[in-house]
Design a protein around this ligand. Structure first.
Ligand code: ZN
Length: 203
């Protein structure tokens, strides 16, 4: 199983980090060992200081596919939920400046908290999913999949041209604006009308 992550998929978030809006999806990966199930505590990483929450809709592949058409993409999805692409922004900024890979900023232990997943049913409109990230009960991020630069079917099709997607692969679909720093003791909660709630506490 692999974890694919999409960067800069919401224009306002790209702007808040002074990044150009991309003309094709920005893709990076995290190892499976980064996942933290709902409710567990997240250790604050020791190799950086500026830990940011990035709330994201997460897709799970159910059916293998290479060169998937956008019109067929949802048939390859099994389930969907909410997760966090935790990012050490200070480390990432240094790596970006030097043109180095992002793993130390994005793919460290416990960097992929993953909430419960529910089946992708026929009545779920993938372009109309709302989600909210709160930290200590104050709202930090509000996302709507209609605002994605690259829609869910486009992402599945795009990734499948490079990698043969496999059952259980996960796709973190990018974060909306509002990313900000976390501190030990913070409780991060993800909610949305269509997707299961999830929460974690930083230790
Ligand atoms: Zn992200």
């Amino acid at each position: 199983m692999r974890i694919f992550c999409i960067g800069r998929n919401y224009a306002e978030h790209a702007r808040e980090l002074a990044n150009a809006v991309p003309d094709s999806p920005v893709v990076f990966m995290k190892p499976e060992t980064c996942i933290v199930p709902d409710g567990e505590s997240i250790p604050f990483p020791s190799h950086g200081k500026d830990l940011h929450h990035e709330a994201e809709v997460v897709l799970e592949i159910g059916r293998a596919g290479k060169n998937i058409c956008e019109s067929d993409a949802r048939n390859h999805l099994r389930s969907i939920g909410l997760g966090l692409d935790l990012t050490l922004r200070d480390i990432q900024t240094t790596l970006k400046e030097k043109g180095l890979p992002w793993e130390k900023a994005k793919a460290f232990d416990a960097s992929a908290p993953l909430g419960p997943l529910i089946p992708v049913t026929e009545d779920l409109d993938l372009a109309n999913i709302h989600f909210t990230c709160t930290v200590n009960q104050s709202v930090r991020q509000q996302g709507h999949t209609a605002d994605m630069l690259f829609s869910i079917p486009t992402l599945v099709a795009y990734l499948s041209r490079i990698w043969c997607l496999q059952p259980h692969d996960l796709i973190f679909t990018g974060t909306p604006a509002g990313v900000a720093a976390l501190h030990p003791g913070d409780t991060i909660e993800l909610t949305g009308p269509q997707l299961p709630r999830a929460a974690w506490t930083l230790s």
